[in-house]
Ligand binder design. Structure first.
Ligand code: SUG
Length: 448
């Protein structure tokens, strides 16, 4: 067994793209469905995201960023048979199939918890950090993300000595993979070998499911990733998310639970079979010589509905450099009296969660994306971290990005704006400049 080394958890947040809008595309995601057709503010959305990144940096947490994807995505509109120059393609799509254009204009790549599943080198048989972009097959507007995600991850984590990149799990039928949003890890420290928890919604091959909302994550997709990443079966746990939670609007498991260190912070109704799940986690942790710590929030203190509306669990559970564990939460968890009461009582007691920081992420929240949705966790040891230079933030780069947002982003966007060729030009100008700021070269299709 590998011994513990010094390692850090980096959070790579998605930079909100200029097309951030409320298209109501995500079935099973109550916020997205409920805010459909309302007017968005892409500028505020991007600035709120950058402010979260600054807060993390100020707390001493290493912070990275992943660029927005190219939207509207004209190459895919062309695959749908629209032809001519860019302006003609865009206008024909808007006139003939606005719903398709809306799907291909979503800024959903901002929720990088769904970008990929990442496993630290301490857990893999070959000692590499493994990445698998999520196929996001359940939602058409997100199924177009994985190619570009893979391209960007390969650029940032380029050294083959340390990093292994896989293709997305093949899609088709119900073979959905939603990435790190359904994945957690238990370990005594970031650099120590750990136990990986994969939470799935259903089998891809299950028949006759009588459900209100369908789970997006297939067991077989999670299993494929565990194999690709060369995880020891004794350190890998697969658990089914409760259908009750999915039906209530927990379209990803990170809406009802989050891990950090030895801790799982979870809602009572997160798992289909909690006893079995916890027995499996305990057994796996025991093989590595440590015990997990389960912090349950009971349904009679915080109902599933309150948990989902407030995004209590869609928080970042972090350990600061001075060893304190705490939560980065959305303001909504402060404003909900039940979640606020629970948090205050926990912190007043002797619980492992010692602080709570509340952030305004309303623009993202209105599409069902809280603090945890907006970040991809990447654990890197010192050598791995030293090989990564692109897309790692410092205060100066955050300020530069804020100026870039102020210069290029609209503060009001309606669905009909997506069909406007002038808007497309603005988006291309913004993204073109961004690739210079982030030293990424010509990564976008429109630049090639
Ligand atoms: O996939 N919303 C995203 C929210 C993702 C949240 N991620 C995590 N829980 N990790 C989704 O449902 C709404 C987009 C729209 O309507 O344009 C959307 O895709």
């Amino acid at each position: 067994m590998r011994s513990a080394v010094k390692a850090f958890e980096y959070n790579f947040d998605g930079l909100v793209g200029p097309t951030h809008n409320y298209g109501g595309l995500a079935i099973g995601n109550l916020a997205s469905m409920g805010n459909s057709g309302t007017i968005s503010n892409p500028r505020a959305a991007a600035l709120q995201g950058l402010q979260k990144m600054r807060t993390m940096l100020e707390m001493g947490m290493p912070q990275g960023i992943l660029p927005p994807h190219e939207r509207p995505f004209l190459p895919r509109l062309r695959q749908h048979g629209f032809s001519g120059n860019d302006e003609q393609v865009l206008q024909a799509a808007w006139q003939n199939d606005p719903a398709l254009l809306c799907n291909l204009s979503s800024a959903a790549a901002m929720w990088t918890a769904n970008a990929a599943t990442v496993c630290p080198s301490a857990d893999s048989e070959d000692g590499k950090v493994h990445f698998t972009p999520a196929n996001l097959a359940a939602m058409y507007h997100r199924s177009i993300e994985h190619d570009f995600t893979g391209r960007v991850l390969r650029q940032i984590f380029g050294d083959e000595k340390y990093f292994a990149h896989h293709k997305a799990v093949p899609a088709g039928g119900k073979m959905g993979d939603e990435g790190a949003a359904n994945h957690g890890r238990f370990a005594p420290s970031h650099g120590a070998p750990g136990v990986q928890l994969f939470v799935y919604g259903r089998s891809a091959f299950e028949k006759g499911l009588d459900v209100y909302f369908e789970g997006r994550q297939a067991l077989e997709a999670s299993q494929a990733i565990a194999r690709q990443h060369r995880l020891a079966p004794s350190q890998t746990v697969f658990a089914r998310q409760s259908q009750k939670a999915i039906d209530a609007g927990a379209f990803h498991n990170d809406v009802v639970s989050v891990t950090n260190g030895r801790v799982l912070f979870y809602h009572q109704h997160s798992f289909e079979n909690t006893e079995q799940c916890f027995a499996d986690i305990r057994r796996a942790c025991a093989t590595l010589g440590f015990e997990p710590d389960f912090i349950e929030v009971a349904a009679d203190a915080v109902s599933l509905e309150d948990a989902i509306a407030s995004y209590l669990f869609n928080s970042q559970l972090i350990t600061t450099p001075d060893g304190e564990m705490g939560l980065i939460l959305p303001q909504e968890a402060h404003d909900n009296p039940r979640t606020k009461t629970w948090l205050d009582a926990h912190m007043a007691g002797n619980g492992p969660i010692r602080f709570a920081k509340y952030l305004d992420l309303k623009q993202s929240m209105r599409n069902g994306g809280g603090p945890a949705c907006l970040r991809l966790r990447v654990v890197l040891n010192e050598n791995e971290a030293a090989s990564v230079s692109k897309c790692v933030l410092d205060e100066a780069l955050i300020s530069h990005l804020e100026q870039w947002v102020e210069k290029h982003y609209r503060d009001r966007l309606e669905i009909k704006d997506l069909g406007d060729p002038q808007f497309l030009k603005e988006v291309y100008a913004a993204l073109d400049e961004l690739t210079n700021i982030l030293s990424l070269g010509a990564i976008y299709d429109f630049q090639r």
